[in-house]
Design a protein. Structure first.
Length: 551
């Protein structure tokens, strides 16, 4: 008796591919049905409204955008692109700033034209239709010009100075610019399509024989032409390209931050060698009043007097020498962090907040000066540029790979919502990070202390003792942190949680001494400000390392 022949075995990959095809086919069919129903619903919704209302609404939208860009566009675009003074300085020698101003002026003019079009749209005469077409063409031209500038300016910044504006910043700005441009381009195409429909021409009394370009395009979109399968495949291919290149990166942007490289070398921490030196104070000049002398109306300059006080009060009673070895932690031997970091780099991350100047002296103005000095003093690898992130993005770093410290400064009000306050508490208490705060003057002190009361209601500010580890490794500060301008006090204070400083608050504007020129103080005082920053970063790294890698 003959045995029945066996069916050939189907490979697993083929079955999986077939299942994926079935799923994609179902998604395709459901999407087509959904889009068809959406189009029918929109048609039924808009049918009661005459063409004057539809075109008037679109004209009003273009008018609002155009007039606002014409009046506030320059400032708004700089803020939206997050361009600082150092970026504007790089663009000063190019023609882009002047061209941008001309474009914004033209956009404002087109906005006024759009406002007139929105009002005239209710007058059913052929002349209004001509004005609508001219306005639509002008809107399309300026919007394409806007895209050209939005693509060109990031490239110019990148080629001008890659340290100030790196490749990732350029690509990020490109992505934001195109993502913001696309919705406007869609509305403009819709407006232009409406203007070449037979119904619109009939509405405004313009007579044409046969279907117009817009009618042919709509019919072609509905029927998909002579080869519907090819046409729908082309639609899907175009949509997927736009989605993968522009929409998906924009949607995923910020979902995960780049992990912070934590050094994992071995070696004992190195303490700075110092020599004690007594500082001789100058004798104060005594003035004797001579009743017969002429009166001299002289008043010393206030700024000079303040600088003299800063210099005098910040002098330490020691002479610092260089470190014998590099920093490190985790075993015996010399400091090993730089050799154990691999490709990791020390990054300087500043926190953004609302209401004040969170970007005070940001970037090369001060932050990157500190990073460069940090590398020179310690041997660490450093990032190519400094960074700044909103508070809520602290949660988006991978587990155990967050920043050991974040920097916050300014001279104005700090506005932080409840969710961001909870994020700061989580970052400090659970993730093991530390807030490195620096008083830049103004109302920063009261605002920052108020914020910390919301974040840590159970903690009290503590004067950081002069013998605290913060002041002993790697550089020794026998009298505590250098007071500098001491806007709100001569001593650094902090908040401690479970035996660890979670907030270090310097009240004398370290950031001001870091900036180029050091705000007029001597190199000796600036050196102390740099070294104080090194101690804080070293403490933050040690604590983060101990919490995540020594358990």
């Amino acid at each position: 008796m003959a045995r029945p022949s066996r069916q050939p075995h189907t490979p697993v990959t083929a079955r999986v591919a077939a299942a994926c095809c079935r799923v994609l086919t179902a998604v395709h069919d459901a999407t087509c049905v959904g889009l068809r129903r959406l189009g029918d619903d929109l048609t039924r919704l808009l049918r009661p409204f005459p063409w004057s209302c539809r075109l008037g609404v679109l004209g009003a939208i273009f008018a609002g955008v155009g007039i606002n860009l014409g009046v506030f566009g320059h400032r708004w675009l700089i803020q939206a692109a997050e361009l600082g003074p150092e970026h504007l300085k790089l663009l000063a020698d190019s023609a882009s700033p002047a061209e941008c101003r001309r474009l914004l002026l033209l956009i404002g003019i087109v906005g006024v034209m759009s406002l007139a079009a929105a009002l005239l749209a209710f007058i059913r005469v052929r002349l209004v239709l001509a004005w609508l077409k001219v306005t639509g063409a002008a809107i399309a031209v300026v919007w394409m010009w806007f895209l050209a500038l939005a693509v060109r300016i990031p490239g110019e910044l990148f080629h001008a100075d890659r340290m100030v504006f790196d490749e990732s910043s350029r690509n990020d700005l490109w992505l934001h610019a195109v993502a913001a441009w696309l919705p406007g381009a869609g509305l403009i195409l819709l407006f232009l399509l409406c203007l070449v429909l037979q119904d619109v021409h009939d509405f405004y009394g313009s007579r044409h024989r046969g279907p117009l370009l817009g009618d042919r395009m709509v019919a072609d979109l509905r029927t998909h032409g002579g080869d519907p399968r090819f046409r729908t495949s082309w639609y899907w291919a175009g949509f997927l390209h736009v989605f993968l290149i522009f929409l998906l990166p924009f949607m995923l942007r910020g979902c995960m931050e780049d992990p912070y490289g934590i050094p994992k070398g071995s070696g004992e921490q190195i303490v700075q060698v110092v020599k004690i030196k007594k500082i001789k104070k100058k004798k104060e000049d005594k003035m004797v009043l001579n009743m017969n002398s002429a009166i001299l109306f002289y008043r010393p300059e206030l700024d000079d007097r303040i600088l003299e006080e800063v210099q005098e009060e910040t002098l330490d009673t020691y002479v610092a020498t260089s470190l014998k070895d590099k920093l490190g932690k985790g075993g015996k031997g010399k400091g090993g962090w730089p050799n154990g970091m691999g490709n990791a780099q020390v990054r300087f991350i500043r926190l953004e907040y609302g209401g004040g100047d969170w970007d005070q002296q940001m970037g090369k103005g001060a932050d990157y000066n500190f990073l460069i000095e940090f590398s020179r003093l310690t041997g660490f690898k450093i990032a190519d540029s400094t960074e700044h992130i909103p508070i809520h993005k602290l949660r988006r770093f991978p587990k155990d790979r967050g920043p050991p410290f974040v920097f916050i400064t300014g001279s104005g009000r700090i506005s932080v919502n409840a969710a961001d306050a909870k994020t700061l508490r989580w970052y400090c208490t659970k993730e093991g990070g530390m807030i490195f705060a620096d008083n830049g003057g103004g109302s920063f002190n009261s605002s920052f202390r108020s914020l910390m009361r919301r974040v840590f209601p159970e903690l009290e500010w503590v004067d950081i003792a002069s013998d605290d580890p913060l002041y002993r490794k790697p550089y020794l500060f026998p009298r505590g942190a250098p007071p500098l301008w001491h806007h709100s006090g001569t001593r650094a204070v902090g908040l401690k949680h479970n035996g660890r400083w979670v907030v270090f608050y310097h009240q004398g504007d370290l950031n001001d001494a870091w900036q180029t020129g050091h705000s007029g103080v001597s190199k000796h005082v600036a050196s102390q400000a740099y070294k104080m920053g090194v101690n804080v970063v070293n403490y933050a790294f040690n604590q983060y390392y101990s919490l995540h890698y020594e358990q």
